[in-house]
Design a protein around this ligand. Structure first.
Ligand SMILES: C[S@@+](CC[C@H](N)C(=O)[O-])C[C@H]1O[C@@H](n2cnc3c(N)ncnc32)[C@H](O)[C@@H]1O
Length: 134
């Protein structure tokens, strides 16, 4: 790879993204507008650490879900993909992380989960006060 090429391309993408952001200040994040961390080198992607224990609902009998996603990542995806005023559908809801993220971003949402115990984890997550996880 020619020296500096990837860096130059990334810079151009970020400059264009910044220009779009200025024209549309209230449309949420723009591809390439992310800053900090590894994601600055991959404008279409975002690095996010795994969900902390505080974001992992647990039923009284000890049931947990094995692949809980971080709320911050789902919030970013909701902002990136959902149309203004749209309904967020997660057909594989798990513990309802995407549904919580949609709520925090001001969207209505609908989830489908095949396993009853995981659907119960969704209810548990959505019943609690989620404003603390912002
Ligand atoms: C990767 S997990 C989702 C985890 C979720 N994003 C979270 O953060 O908690 C995928 C979920 O899809 C569910 N699932 C798999 N097949 C399904 C189906 N056909 N209909 C509904 N849910 C399904 C699984 O039970 C599992 O809980």
């Amino acid at each position: 790879m020619p020296s500096g090429k990837a860096y130059t391309d990334t810079n151009n993408a970020r400059t264009k993204a910044a220009a779009v952001t200025e024209k549309l200040p209230n449309r949420g994040p723009v591809r390439g507008a992310d800053s900090g961390g590894a994601s600055r080198f991959y404008p279409a992607f975002r690095y996010q650490a795994k969900a902390p224990t505080t974001e992992r609902p647990r039923l009284p009998d000890g049931t947990v879900h094995p692949t809980v996603k971080p709320v911050a990542l789902r919030r970013w995806l909701v902002r990136l993909l959902a149309a203004s005023g749209g309904l967020v559908l997660d057909p594989f809801a798990g513990t309802g992380t995407t549904l919580e993220a949609a709520r925090l971003e001001g969207f209505d949402s609908m989830g489908v989960e095949a396993k009853a115990e995981y659907a119960e984890l969704c209810h548990l997550r959505l019943r609690r006060d989620t404003t603390r996880s912002i």
